[in-house]
Design a protein around this ligand. Structure first.
Ligand SMILES: NC(=O)c1ccc[n+]([C@@H]2O[C@H](COP(=O)([O-])OP(=O)(O)OC[C@H]3O[C@@H](n4cnc5c(N)ncnc54)[C@H](OP(=O)(O)O)[C@@H]3O)[C@@H](O)[C@H]2O)c1
Length: 359
């Protein structure tokens, strides 16, 4: 708990998202924080969380919403998916720049920015194009030659930190699994919804990805662990002015994981066979079946696109490259959080059931 003479005000930017909502939960659990939650949509209501409704693409709106708020710590987890990486750079770099400009008169001490392993892999439109660093990925790799919105966000962060004198941290996550509805990329709810539809349609639960992903070693990031690392970096001298990878700490092969997820979800698993079988194709035309399932089981979200992001799971599991991440840097700096990925998945599946998001 913080002392009364040093009140801390956290601004969670993107608080309705998969990472932002995990940070809000972690701040509540830790205690001692005033919590401001910025997004356009209201996040889950909580008496200790103040929603700041503002549009990150509107600098005037940000100045209006944030002036005089007394923000001391910023957790930047927002992003807005665009059609090209050039647009991603313009829009997502601009959101970091304008947010930090709107806070220029506030007593900001630390800004933590979440990015991802596309720092090492390149953007969606150029995955693994050009020279990729060797696995496991280490934080001190040179940037790729390919344009990347994460680099732009980092540069905006570094420039604002140099101007204003706050410390910063960057958190590079692999695929994030956590709890969110209506967000852009959500592998855990995508797989839970795939399973519900397979069960209903009497189909096997078919792995959508590549042979490389099926057989190779990989890792994953639990949103709660990512939140823990961001709070650690924001509060610990060893976390200041550094970029950190963040994955659960175990490694697994999808050929091991898939049947275990299927068993928990009550479906018949089917592994890689000859070619990837993307969910965009497997699940084409199932919107009506989802609406039937929602009606029959009294589920809360009838819009399939708000609970399943087929494109993203296809992209991550379809990669024809090995993706494994080194965690030594933050462990040696003092962050020793850990998750077993199978447990992280099943905990999210159970919560999705409890909240009537899946049957
Ligand atoms: N999810 C993954 O698997 C994954 C994996 C690796 C890296 N990452 C990276 O992690 C970062 C965070 O991603 P995420 O998946 O946590 O995001 P997310 O769940 O899609 O959430 C995005 C958040 O940004 C907010 N937002 C978007 N546009 C906004 C605007 N104009 N004004 C105000 N708020 C806005 C959204 O709220 P409203 O829409 O309500 O405004 C939402 O709260 C991104 O850089 C992403 O690339 C994610």
């Amino acid at each position: 708990m913080t002392s009364p003479e040093a009140p801390r005000t956290a601004l969670v930017v993107g608080a309705s998202g998969i990472t932002g909502s995990a940070i809000v939960s972690q701040l509540l659990e830790e205690g001692g924080w005033r919590i401001l939650a910025l997004s356009r949509r209201a996040p889950a209501a909580h008496p200790q969380v103040e929603h700041v409704a503002a549009d990150l693409r509107d600098a005037d709106d940000l100045a209006r919403a944030l002036g005089g708020t007394g923000v001391t710590h910023v957790f930047f987890t927002a992003w807005s998916r665009q059609d090209t990486e050039a647009e991603n750079i313009r829009v997502n770099g601009g959101m970091v720049r304008d947010l930090l400009a709107a806070l220029s008169t506030e007593p900001v001490q630390h800004v933590a920015l979440v990015t991802g392993l596309k720092h090492y892999l390149g953007p969606f439109e150029a995955y693994a194009a050009g020279e990729m660093p060797d696995t496991p990925f280490h934080e001190d790799e040179e940037r790729l030659d390919t344009p990347n919105f994460y680099y732009e966000q980092e540069d905006e962060l570094f420039a604002a930190a140099a101007r204003a004198g706050f410390t910063w941290s960057v958190h590079r996550s692999h695929t994030v699994i956590g709890h969110a509805v209506g967000n852009a990329m959500n592998m855990a709810s995508t797989l839970a919804v795939q399973a519900a539809l397979c069960k209903r349609l009497d189909r096997p639960f078919v792995f959508p990805g590549s042979e490389t992903q099926w057989n190779g070693l990989t890792d994953m990031t639990d949103a709660g662990l990512l939140a823990e690392q961001m709070l650690w970096a924001a509060s610990s001298p060893a976390g200041a002015d550094e970029a950190f990878n963040i994955v659960n700490g175990d490694v697994f092969r999808w050929r091991w994981m898939w049947p275990r997820l299927a068993a928990h979800l009550g479906v018949e698993p089917e592994g890689f066979d000859t070619e990837p079988r993307p969910l965009e194709q497997q699940m084409a035309g199932v919107e009506g079946t989802w609406v039937e399932l929602v009606a029959e089981h009294g589920l809360v979200e009838a819009d399939l696109s708000r609970v399943a992001s087929w494109w993203h799971t296809d992209g991550d599991l379809g990669r024809d490259i090995e993706v494994v991440t080194d965690m030594s840097k933050s462990r040696l700096a003092g962050f020793t959080g850990y998750r077993r990925t199978l447990d992280a998945f099943t905990a999210i599946f159970d919560r999705l059931r409890e909240e009537r998001i899946v049957p």
